[in-house]
Write a protein that binds this ligand. Structure first.
Ligand SMILES: Nc1nc2c(ncn2[C@@H]2O[C@H](COP(=O)(O)O[C@H]3[C@@H](O)[C@H](n4cnc5c(=O)[nH]c(N)nc54)O[C@@H]3COP(=O)(O)O)[C@@H](O)[C@H]2O)c(=O)[nH]1
Length: 711
């Protein structure tokens, strides 16, 4: 049997032209249509006509079905279902219904049934119903198609409900539906959106992009923005698709909130141009901005300045209090610097403890100096970091546009050279660039690389200066003083490289070598029967603040096999100026270790009596500047006297430095000073000279006694 809905093929005999019979023609047509047709007479409800499909569908031939009642024709089961419809049709009502029909094969199909009452055309009884015309169509695939559409719409609805992405349906821009995710994203209620134009929710700055996209019916993703109900812009990515629905072209737009992606992009862009620690512009950004500032200044014939700032003792903070404290300090300095300059100016961090300030538009050189003064003051102000009160002094180098360079690189380089000049010449102040600094900066770089080589190659030697007792002339100690044995320049004194090494962060390497060598040498001398006196080693403030200092000294003594009491550490007063308490901790640990502690150059710094009382110091070394003019200078005599008396009242020993004359020695002796050191005894000597000196005064040598501690 041909499927319903297919155009049936006529059998050859059917296809032949009818023999002029009108009934035969009608029969041929009725059999050819893809529907079931029958006619039942009333009131008998017997079949008067059925096309082939109808008859065969109910298991009859077209002839056999004729005269059968409707009930007989369709069978009892179908009759029970259709009987109410037939009743209505018999009462003259056209009836239309659809129902499912089980085929003999077991398959289900949906049929659409039309029962059309037939009335008499007899003029005498015009409304007399004489029959029912039955027309049945198979509508299974319409129903299936509708079902499929319903299912698809349902699936889409469910998908739209569960997805996190916003979905908007619109017809020519007018919103027809949105999903809950879009409502959550935009803050609107459904009623706020339905019937409104989608462009009402796109910010002005993005509207044209969205209009163009829509007009072109594009279906690729693009970025735009929506306006949240509270007014803020939501960056979104949209993908629109056109969709035919009931004859109209709808747009379904998937809206993805890309706020997080945009923030990440912004963050990446920010990090490319900023220092992550301080959030200040980095070197790349700075150079871009500086180039713009210079271009503007050039056009206006104006001035600009670059201030190169380096925090003098930052490394010490980092080393002694740790990197976290160092980071906090840098952030605070960044904040202070930024707050101190105008909006048009720029503060950037170049790395480490180096900052650069660009003054965009200044009237004169003095303006730059004024800003430098201000920055010195605000950086200098004490800062509390993790309970420690710290004081940081900056060195500032200034390069002026156009005098010191007409491009960013030259200006930065020259400001850097000026900063190093400021640092090398005393720190804590500013310097303008001068042309000779370029050469000096070059020299300094050269010196730095040579010094690094010297540390790696241990190109240092120690000279020793004896210290004697003022009471009896006994040898009481030796001070180790470092020299650089330069391969070309010969012996270089510490004043020519120690401050430089401190400024460039190289002193720790030198200091470690000095400590190792002094301990090793002293132990060797002890082994050779020399007097068992301590060796004094100078430690700069930077070395003293190394967090590993106590551990390093412990290890160095152990490696040399020297008892701690044979090592004396000489520190300057600046070490004591530490309200944070770090110095007290380190000094106490050194004291506990058994190492001697002396304050060098005493009287030149600002150490207060309070500090002296607080710290476990053994000795004060009276600075040479007070000794050199005694006994002639009354003030110096008074100062020296006061130092000796104060030291004694604090139970500290005193050592006079730089004693060159017997008169000086005599006065110091009369004042009760304990020990002395100076050219009067001997200049600092290399080991050979010291050996000769020692041999010459062997009668004075103090040999190890039974109760001396083991070296
Ligand atoms: N951190 C370190 N500093 C060190 C080290 N070695 C030395 N130094 C410091 O360098 C400064 C200069 O030292 P130097 O050139 O060795 O001068 C010493 C003596 O030569 C000099 N002196 C000694 N007696 C006299 C004298 O009678 N007259 C005179 N004009 N000068 C004299 O004094 C210097 C020793 O001084 P001090 O250390 O204060 O006792 C100097 O500040 C050294 O501290 C090192 O290894 N690490």
């Amino acid at each position: 049997m041909a499927e319903w809905g297919e155009v049936p093929r006529l059998a050859p005999d059917q296809a032949a032209p009818p023999n002029g019979s009108r009934d035969a023609m009608l029969r041929l047509i009725a059999d050819a249509v893809p529907a079931l047709m029958a006619y039942y007479d009333l009131p008998s409800l017997r079949c008067a006509f059925a096309n082939r499909r109808y008859a065969e569908d109910y298991g009859w031939t077209p002839d056999a079905i004729l005269g059968q009642t409707l009930r007989q024709a369709v069978g009892d089961a179908a009759w029970d279902v259709i009987e109410p419809h037939i009743r209505r049709a018999r009462s003259g009502e056209p009836v239309h219904y659809t129902r499912e029909q089980r085929l003999p094969s077991g398959a289900l199909r949906v049929i659409e049934v039309n029962l059309i009452p037939h009335f008499s055309s007899d003029e005498a009884a015009p409304r007399r119903q004489i029959g029912i015309f039955v027309l049945i169509n198979d509508v299974s695939h319409h129903v299936e198609a509708e079902g499929a559409l319903r299912d698809s719409e349902e699936r889409l609805r469910k998908f739209a409900e569960v997805t996190n992405e916003g979905i908007v349906f619109h017809l020519k821009g007018i919103i027809t539906d949105v999903n809950p995710a879009l409502l959550a994203m935009t803050g609107y209620a459904l009623a706020d959106l339905l019937g409104r134009h989608a462009m009402d929710f796109v910010p002005d700055s993005w509207r044209q992009v969205s209009i163009d996209y829509l007009a072109a019916a594009r279906e690729d993703p693009y970025e735009t923005a929506l306006i949240h109900k509270d007014g803020h812009e939501i960056p979104v990515e949209m993908i629109g698709k056109s969709m035919s629905l009931r004859g109209e072209v709808h747009r379904i737009v998937v809206v993805r909130d890309i706020t997080t992606r945009k923030e990440a992009q912004r963050r990446i862009e920010f990090l490319a141009l900023h220092d992550p620690l301080t959030q200040l512009p980095n070197r790349i950004y700075l150079k871009e901005r500086l180039a713009q500032v210079l271009a503007l200044a050039r056009r206006r014939d104006g001035l600009a300045a670059v201030l190169f700032i380096d925090l003098d003792n930052f490394k010490t903070v980092n080393d002694s209090l740790g990197h976290h404290a160092g980071d906090l300090l840098l952030r605070e300095m960044a904040r202070r610097l930024s707050a101190a300059v105008r909006e048009a100016d720029m503060v950037s961090r170049l790395g480490g403890d180096e900052f650069l300030v660009v003054l965009a538009d200044i009237g004169s050189r003095e303006d730059a100096a004024g800003v430098a003064d201000k920055l010195l003051a605000i950086v200098n102000e004490a800062v509390e970091i993790e309970g420690h009160l710290l004081s940081v002094s900056p060195s500032i180098g200034i390069g002026l546009f156009p005098d010191d360079g007409d491009n960013a690189d030259d200006l930065i380089r020259h400001a850097d050279a000026a900063m190093y000049h400021a640092k090398d010449s005393g720190r804590g102040h500013y310097q303008f660039f001068t042309p000779d600094m370029s050469q000096r900066a070059f020299d300094a770089l050269h010196m730095e690389s040579q010094l690094r080589e010297a540390i790696a190659g241990e190109q240092f030697v120690l000279h020793y200066q004896p210290q004697l007792s003022l009471a009896d002339g006994r040898l009481v100690g030796l001070e180790a003083l470092v020299r650089w044995q330069h391969p070309q320049r010969g012996l270089i004194g510490p004043d020519a490289f120690v401050p430089f090494a401190e400024a460039r962060g190289l002193i720790a390497g030198i200091g470690r070598w000095v400590l190792c060598e002094a301990c090793r040498q002293l132990k060797a001398w002890f082994g050779a029967g020399w007097p068992m006196v301590p060796v004094a080693v100078n430690l700069s403030a930077i070395e003293f603040r190394q967090p590993s200092l106590v551990q390093d000294i412990t290890e160095i003594l152990a490696a040399a096999g020297l008892a701690p009491q044979y090592l004396e550490i000489e520190l300057t007063e600046s070490v004591l100026m530490d309200p944070g308490g770090f110095a007290l901790g380190t000094l106490s640990k050194l004291k506990a270790l058994g190492v001697g502690l002396a304050i060098d150059d005493f009287g030149t710094g600002y150490s207060s009596l309070a500090y002296l009382k607080r710290y476990p110091i053994d000795k004060l070394k009276i600075d040479r500047s007070f000794v050199c003019d005694i006994p002639g200078d009354g003030d110096d005599v008074a100062i020296t006297t006061a130092i000796v008396q104060m030291a004694h009242s604090l139970k500290l020993l005193t050592v006079a430095e730089g004693v060159e004359t017997p008169e000086q020695r005599a006065l110091l002796q009369s004042l009760g000073c304990d020990e002395y050191q100076g050219y009067l005894i001997a200049r600092p000597m290399d080991t050979a000279a010291l050996q000769a000196w020692m041999a010459q005064r062997s009668d004075n040598a103090v040999q190890p006694s039974s109760n001396s501690p083991s070296p």
